[in-house]
Design a protein around this ligand. Structure first.
Ligand code: CO
Length: 134
């Protein structure tokens, strides 16, 4: 069902500040900032070759990422994103296994279907499933 690691996401109060930190401390180059209005976030990616690092910053005060930053003001690990070949099939399989979905199905900035799985049902970690048809 899961075909690979898409990205690991870190929520930050400021992508610009985070980009400066990653460049200075780890030599990582952060790509352009994009907005995902549907998800209520601004994002930027670091291409790591085999996967990406996703920096997410809230676009609205009522976004889930804004609530995460209220609990973790300096930012922190937010979710891990796995690729799946067919999101509907993956959600059917995880639901069958008793895993709840968080919120609704949505789309990433590339238009790929995504969904989040409830941390309480997956080892305490927020998991994103991202459809990538090959
Ligand atoms: Co993500």
């Amino acid at each position: 069902m899961i075909t690979g690691l898409s990205h690991v996401a870190i929520a930050v109060p400021s992508i610009a500040s985070a980009a400066e930190t990653l460049a200075r401390k780890l030599g990582l180059m952060v790509g352009p900032i994009v907005e995902n209005v549907e998800q209520g976030v601004r994002l930027a990616y670091v291409d790591l070759g085999n996967a990406r690092l996703e920096l997410i910053e809230p676009l609205r005060a009522d976004s889930p990422v804004a609530r995460f930053l209220e609990r973790n003001p300096a930012g922190g690990l937010h979710h891990v994103s796995f690729n799946v070949g067919d999101l509907d099939a993956a959600l059917a399989a995880t639901a069958e296994a008793g895993v709840r979905m968080v919120g609704r199905r949505g789309h990433n900035t590339h238009g790929q279907p995504i969904a989040f799985l409830h941390p309480a049902d997956v080892l305490g970690a927020l998991v994103e499933l991202e459809e990538r048809r090959t």
